[in-house]
Design a protein around this ligand. Sequence first.
Ligand code: 5MM
Length: 341
Amino acid sequence: MNIDELKSVASAIVTGQKGILAADESGPTIKKRFDAIKLECSEESRRRYREILFTTEGVEPYLGGVILYDETLRQSGADGTPFAELLARRGILPGIKVDSGAKLLALHAGEKITEGLDGLRERLQEYQQLGAKFAKWRGVIEISEQGIPTLSAIQANAHALARYAALCQEAGIVPIVEPEVLMDGSHDIVRCEAVTSQVLEIVFAELDNQRVVFEGMLLKPNMVIAGMKCPQQAGVQQVAEATMRCLERHVPPAVSGIVFLSGGQSAQDATAHLNAMNLLGAHPWPVSFSYGRALQAPVLTTWKGQEQNVAEAQKTFLRRCRLNGLAHLGQYDSSMENAPA
Ligand code: 5MM
């Protein structure tokens, strides 16, 4: 492991206005997204969709990295250039999702554990040869009335995240550690902050136990936000303050960057929250984005799977990248949403 190299890759991803496009939807997830626009989900339609995103002109200042799925890392653009190379040529680092998904945790009704550690050392070597510079693993923590999350489920997920991160650093790949406290449910923002705090505490203790070097990793957390079914939804400022308070208390300053997930927020909310956090003043780490749905949902509804909509879909994608890049600097304003492209 070369710590300086890991640190320089991690920092490059979040430098300036940059953040990450999470385009690592697994087969079932991308099918769900295509079903919503009534598009057949085939290897070619998935390839074409990712090509539209990756060839959008002008996104370079705003994207430091793109997270790919195994299939996508092996796919190429129309001219035969592998996607990883196509992105790297534009100065956008290719990354890879390496977990194999959240499965039911035994003896823990309603809770999940993310799997994928078996054979990971060997897979990382192959991914590195295919051009991946960083990786991602997502642990999922649900909040519900019946004593969920349990301490043991949090510990199991934190341990898996730490084992994954250690294997990545051993292979010279920057790990993105994603412990996602889901925003499904009716819990309020106070409960979200308490659970997120506990999760981050345990995750960083496990990372430390496994000797993960904080400077050579990125954290991909949820924002502290009320559950989608909670009658009291918090305002933008409240979300920003609670999230930054929680992270500043529980995330070591040595971590190279924070790249939030959007978790089901609307595209505009995710941008507004990021902006408000960056307006709160200096933080110990760059505070940026690693959005999936908040970058892609408007693109999919514009594209609708039809070639005649490609130019408009790319314009939509560029706009969301640019607005989130501005939010990373605290320079976004909601009036920009209606300004001409
Ligand atoms: C893009 O979606 C990623 C993969 O999801 P599945 O494993 O369920 O197919 C997902 O991990 C994503 O990177 C994060 O949840 C962040 O995406 P959002 O949409 O929450 O910003």
